[in-house]
Design a binder for this molecule. Sequence first.
Ligand code: HEM
Length: 356
Amino acid sequence: MFYINRATVVEWFRNRLPVDTLMEHLTSKQVPRHRHSIWYYFGGLTLFFFIVQVITGILLMFYYRPTPDHAYESILFIMNEVRYGWLIRSTHSWAANLMIGTLFIHLISVFFMQAYRPPREMMWISGVVLLGLVLGFGFTGYLLPWDEMAFYATQIGTEIPKSIPIVGESIMVLLRGGQEIGSATLTRMYSLHVVVLPLATLLIVGLHLFLNQYYGVSTPVKTTKRKNSIQFFPNYMLRDLRVWLIAFLALLSVAMIYPWGLGEEADILKPAPEGIKPEWYFLPLYQTLKIVPPRIWYFDGEALVNIVFLFGGILLIVLPFIDRRSRNKERNIFIKVVGLIILIYLIGMTIFAYMD
Ligand code: HEM
């Protein structure tokens, strides 16, 4: 009789995969403990929600049909006919929002801890690229249910770049696949949402996590009250897993208690309903565009806002190279104060947009 010895199988894999080297790395790695350690959970949480997005997204793809004639109907089918379809859809939508929330907290915490200083500049830059990709997920996914809100919010969203001089009109046409929102827009958003963005995100997340393993976790500048450190494997990973479990339970509860809704089907011929607003993470830009006067001095108000936000994004990318003090491992109060003012502005505009 053919007999397989367990020890031989394990040995076979050990000789062919670098398991020992990996285990040696994971068990020798230490994670510093200090009073800001709690913030380190948010990178892992963002990763957790991203994994949930990929799994639930693949399940939704089994039934979703990306054409204006079938999109809304297929969502209704998922919600009413497919077993647990409503829960998968609700989990996907809630996890998307929670992921963007934890991503913002992760960004803000690494900013204030100046974790972007050498040698982690590439971690920061890959992070800013991830921010763009994740916002791209939100934007492209919003149109897919093809309900009224999705349709008109995408109409407003794709019109925003129009005011940018020279390239604005072309960006809008590129996003819409024509002058108007229609079938070309939906297939475009769908391919970006399920192929281009996931592939790019997997690649960049891979780089981000590899660098995190390679350089280890940083200690904030001048954190004197450092309590020893903790072994990455298994202790730190188990702590992270505990938080993932809590996040999973919270996500399931919220997805069940507040199932994600669906509005009326989009009707291109109907006038736009009142109170159309983009998702919360685009509200600061939306509200700024709303309050800015049409002309500021010689310039078009909207174009100026777009350029300022674009410039802000570029500044965010090059931050590790601007902050000379952090390069010398010194605190940079000026940059922190500027960051705080921008943060207060963004939160203020979001609240203002909700109340407006
Ligand atoms: C899909 C999005 C992202 C995922 C999945 C992710 C994941 C992670 C994980 C798991 C860590 C290690 C634990 C931690 O320090 O929190 C980390 C560290 C880091 N991340 Fe992210 N991240 C993302 C986006 C970002 C963004 C938007 C930025 C900033 C622009 C950023 C900058 C950093 C930096 C600088 C570190 C090093 C922190 C340190 O060593 O002290 N990440 N990230």
